[in-house]
Each structure stands twice: as structure tokens, then as C-alpha cells.
Design a protein around this ligand. Structure first.
Ligand code: NAD
Ligand code: GLY
Length: 359
């Protein structure tokens, strides 16, 4: 087992990464301060892993299980309210601890429920998708969706611990696994060239879900994320680099309708576009765009936008992005492989040319 630390003064916490962590009787229990636990999962993940987590809590805790329906469409205020109904009916006090067992959807809603319940209680993340293990479980962003926008109602609320059992990835569907790899690749591009070169070498092993390669990729991803979050917890500046490819990606997700493209698939294409724009500006060699496409293809990820999506649609949807500040679109580009930069001078014409004249 490897342990990383997200350094945030009194809100610091460990991220444990390893095999069979769910079977460790001490690991989870030591992060539960009181005698009450709210264990939240969904109807896909619970049958696979809930029993193991319950055993990890030991016999002395009073546990309330809350099972959510599976899917992004349930990451809503309605579901949140249903969680509170069950937790209040079971008599949970301020000393209770919420535990999220599942992917980013369960993690985000559980974290937000913990942020709100009785003005804030402890919570622990047990992420079971690759995306959740390398991204959403670390950093304290919690939220639910609103009909007018994704993740629009939320809070920063850091977990007490993140427990990543790499074994859980063995049951993850292939498409979900690849989508998580897009975020792994992102960390190399934005801040860690040696990790990126390592990924180029090890992508076949990762695709085969080989344990040692997986553990290393997750650890290096979480380490990169922890460094960024420790430096800029509330996204005053630096943390925005974690959004490489996301502004293009959100436009694809919105245009195609949520659920058609997975987030990581759209981010993969967004990263290609961000690197192309960086190359057009002379920041990185054009050969790096081809290198990224090769890596993404080996990871079974798309590298081109949907054929039916016009440059104008892209530009219109990108203008609605949360990252637009005072009418100026802020985009993450690369100054070099392993070095992100944020620009706010990209003109509509430059975007249209990028999207029209792609090779
Ligand atoms: P998800 O939570 O919907 O999980 C994907 C699918 O895999 C679901 O059907 C889930 O039930 C299933 N699953 C989960 N673990 C499994 C396992 N081990 N075996 C088999 N099936 C399993 O999707 P996701 O990609 O994990 O998360 C996406 C969510 O994360 C979005 O809501 C997004 O907004 C959020 N997110 C949050 C942050 C953040 O910083 N908080 C960052 C990125 C994404
Ligand atoms: N996933 C982006 C962030 O945590 O800031």
C-alpha cells in the first residue's frame, strides 16, 4: 500500500492506494470518529463491494445503508433530499460519518450531502471507477446537477480519507476504464512530462489492467492532483489547469446530449484540440499532437470531434462555459509537454480555423 497526503493544514488527509484495501479491518475504521456511519452506494456497486466495506467497519458501528439508483441523471437535489430523509429517520447525529462507495456520481453527491448535513459532517471516499480514483475523490469538489447546469449546486468539502482499492477496477466496464485513462493522461500533459513518457511506454500494460502499472498510474495521478489542490484548493488560479481539454469536452457532451459521450471521451478529444491550438501558436511541436493521438487510440479513446458538430456549434457552446470570465474565454494550453498555461486571448476566428482545418 502507498499513502499520499493532500496537505491542507487542518483539513489534510491521506489517500491510500493498494490491492485489497477493502479487506483491511483497520484502514476504514480508523477514520470514523463516532459510532454512526452512513454508507452510500448505488445498485450496481453495492452488490459487488458493500459487504466488504461493512466488514471493514467492524461490529461496533451503527451503519445506515443508502442505495441510490445508478446514473448521472440521479445526481440531483431530489436524490440529495432522499438521502437526508433516510439519514434523519435513522437518527444520525453530528458525529456521524458518511462513506461514499462508487464512482464520481456517488462520490460527488455523498460529499455534498456530508457538507450540508447538520452544517457539515465527516466523510470518506472509497472510489471504484478509475476516473473517481484519479480525479473526483481527491480535492473536495462536491456537487449535484441542476436542470440548468452540471455541478451547479455544490460545496468544497474535503474528505477525511480516500481509500483506493485497485482491485475494484477489475469489474469496471472497458469504456469506463478508458474514460478514466483520459484524466490520467491529462496529469502527464499538464504537469509531469516524465509521467507522460512513462504512460506512452506502459499504456498496453494499463489496458491489460496489470496491477503494478495501474497502482503506479493512480499514485502518480493522485500525487499530481494533490500538489495542485494543496496549492489552490478553491480554484483561485492554478487549479484551473486540471481542466485541460474540458472546455472543448463540455461542448461535445452538451451538443451530443449527456450520456452519449462519456466525460473522459470528450476530454480526450478536447485535449487533442488544446494541443493542436498550442502547436498552431508555436508553443509545442506539431509531432506532439500525433503522439497524443497515438496514445489515446491505444487507450481506446476518440481523437476527433463528432462528425456532425460544426465549428460554430463548438464556439457557441464554449462561450457558455463556466470558465468564461468577463466575456473572455479562458483556455488551458500547453507551453510544453508537462507544462500547462492559461490563456484568455483566444479569438473566435482562431477557434473556427482550428476546428475547420484539422488534419
Ligand atoms: P459513474 O459514477 O457514473 O460510474 C460509471 C459507471 O460505473 C456507473 O454505472 C457505476 O455504477 C459503475 N461502476 C462504478 N464502479 C464500478 C466497479 N468497480 N465495477 C463495475 N461498475 C462500476 O461515473 P464516473 O466517471 O466515476 O464519475 C463521473 C462523475 O464524476 C460526474 O458526475 C462528474 O461530474 C464527476 N466528477 C467530479 C469531479 C470532482 O472533482 N468532484 C471530477 C471529475 C468528475
Ligand atoms: N476535476 C477538476 C478539479 O478537481 O478541479
Amino acid at each position: 500500500m502507498h499513502t499520499l497526503h493532500v496537505e491542507l493544514a487542518e483539513r489534510s488527509y491521506p489517500v491510500y492506494i493498494g490491492r485489497d484495501l477493502l479487506a483491511d479491518p483497520q484502514l476504514l475504521a480508523k477514520h470514523i470518529a463516532g459510532s454512526q456511519v452512513v454508507l452510500i452506494s448505488n445498485d450496481t456497486v453495492a452488490p459487488l463491494y458493500m459487504d466488504r466495506v461493512r466488514q471493514g467497519l467492524g461490529p461496533d458501528k451503527r451503519v445506515t445503508e443508502v442505495l441510490l439508483p445508478d446514473g448521472e441523471q440521479y445526481k440531483t437535489l431530489v436524490t440529495l433530499s432522499e438521502i437526508f430523509d433516510q439519514v434523519l429517520a435513522a437518527g444520525h447525529h453530528r458525529t456521524t460519518t458518511f462513506v461514499a462507495l462508487g464512482g464520481g456520481v456517488v462520490g460527488d453527491i455523498t460529499g455534498f450531502a456530508a457538507a450540508c448535513y447538520q452544517r457539515g459532517v465527516d466523510f470518506v471516499q472509497i472510489p471504484t471507477t478509475l476516473l473517481a480514483q484519479v480525479d473526483s475523490s481527491v480535492g473536495g469538489k462536491t456537487a449535484v446537477n441542476h436542470p440548468l447546469g452540471k455541478n451547479m449546486i455544490g460545496a468544497f468539502h474535503q474528505p477525511r480519507a480516500v481509500l483506493i482499492d485497485t482491485n475494484t477496477l477489475q469489474t469496471l466496464p472497458a469504456r469506463e476504464f478508458s474514460a478514466g485513462l483520459a484524466e490520467v493522461i491529462k496529469y502527464g500533459l499538464i504537469g509531469d512530462e516524465s509521467f507522460y513518457r512513462w504512460l506512452e511506454q506502459h499504456i498496453p500494460k494499463l489496458m491489460a489492467r496489470e496491477e503494478a502499472a495501474l497502482a503506479e498510474a493512480i499514485e502518480r495521478s493522485c500525487s499530481n492532483k494533490a500538489t495542485v489542490v494543496s496549492a489552490d484548493e478553491r480554484e483561485g488560479g492554478l487549479r484551473a489547469i486540471l481542466n485541460l481539454g474540458h472546455t472543448f469536452g463540455h461542448a461535445i457532451e452538451t451538443a451530443q446530449g449527456y450520456g452519449q459521450w462519456l466525460h473522459g471521451e470528450a476530454v480526450a478529444v478536447g485535449m487533442v484540440l488544446a494541443l493542436e491550438l498550442s502547436a498552431r501558436r508555436g508553443l509545442i511541436p506539431g509531432s506532439e499532437v500525433a503522439n497524443l493521438c497515438a496514445l489515446l487510440q491505444t487507450a481506446a479513446l476518440p481523437t476527433a470531434p463528432p462528425a456532425d458538430m460544426s465549428p460554430e456549434t463548438f464556439v457557441e457552446l464554449m462561450a457558455r462555459d463556466k470558465k468564461v470570465v468577463d466575456g473572455r474565454l479562458r483556455l488551458v494550453l500547453l507551453a510544453a509537454i508537462g507544462e500547462a498555461c492559461i490563456v484568455d486571448d483566444v479569438q473566435t476566428r482562431e477557434l473556427i480555423e482550428l476546428l475547420q482545418k484539422r488534419p
